[in-house]
Design a protein around this ligand. Structure first.
Ligand SMILES: [Zn+2]
Length: 229
């Protein structure tokens, strides 16, 4: 699955690669992998960073991460509970803990952690800003929470990933609520194995949020998103 092509200027490429929050993001200079599980390490030969949102099995696979890290020498950025679980598998200088409100640079790409409303130890969501200012919000499998409105207002997201299933309490409606609060240019329904749920999400977006486009991703397909004008 390595993406051969490079995104155009002011754009990013992304791939959704499992039924959870597994997303690869490629900016013009960096490749970031978020929450890799259910996939082979050799799918990511050019990873610059792996980002982990929380310690649940559908987001954290320490053996796989160690394998990716060993092959690519990439940096691992993780919430505190996952950092603990990774400590013995990853060289200290390559493992960076992150908490809501903190930012870590991967070259010129910014990775900022925000709060995540999900029953895990200290889960995070990630705001990723590419070197040319494309804004991506990876919300892990968070439920909506009020501060999302303020975050959306401030960041003006190009893409927001919205959980529509599997995690406790989540549904097409809670996924929509994340989109409604953050108002992205493009909303992507994920964390589900139901295309029905994704379609329901798309339907609500169309009715309630006409200025947001819904992109229903297929697994392992490459999509490009360009920065809003
Ligand atoms: Zn999950």
């Amino acid at each position: 699955m390595p993406i051969e092509k490079t995104p155009e200027e002011n754009a990013i490429l992304f791939v959704w690669f499992n039924h959870y929050a597994g997303v690869l993001i490629k900016t013009p200079s960096k490749t970031l992998i978020i929450d890799p599980v259910d996939i082979r390490a050799r799918s990511f030969p050019d990873a610059d960073a792996v980002l982990i949102t929380h310690e649940h099995y559908d987001h954290l696979d320490p053996r796989l991460i160690a394998e990716i890290q060993k092959a690519t020498k990439c940096v691992i950025i993780a919430d505190p509970a996952s950092t603990q679980r990774l400590k013995h598998a990853i060289p200290t200088e390559k493992l960076q803990q992150i908490r809501p409100g903190e930012e870590i640079k991967v070259g010129e790409v910014s990775v900022k952690a925000e709060k995540c409303n999900h029953p895990a130890a200290e889960p995070v969501t990630y705001i990723i800003t590419s070197e040319d200012g494309v804004k991506i919000f990876h919300t892990a499998d968070s439920l909506p929470y009020p501060e999302l409105a303020e975050i959306g207002e401030k960041e003006k997201f190009d893409v927001v990933f919205c959980t529509v299933g599997i995690a406790p309490g989540t549904s097409p409606d809670t996924g929509f609520e994340i989109a409604r609060l953050t108002k992205p240019q493009v909303a992507v329904p994920y964390h589900t194995n139901s295309t029905d749920y994704q379609q329901q999400f798309a339907q609500i977006i169309k009715q309630e949020l006409p200025r947001t486009a819904c992109l229903i991703p297929e697994l392992n397909k490459i999509y490009q998103v360009t920065k809003r004008k």
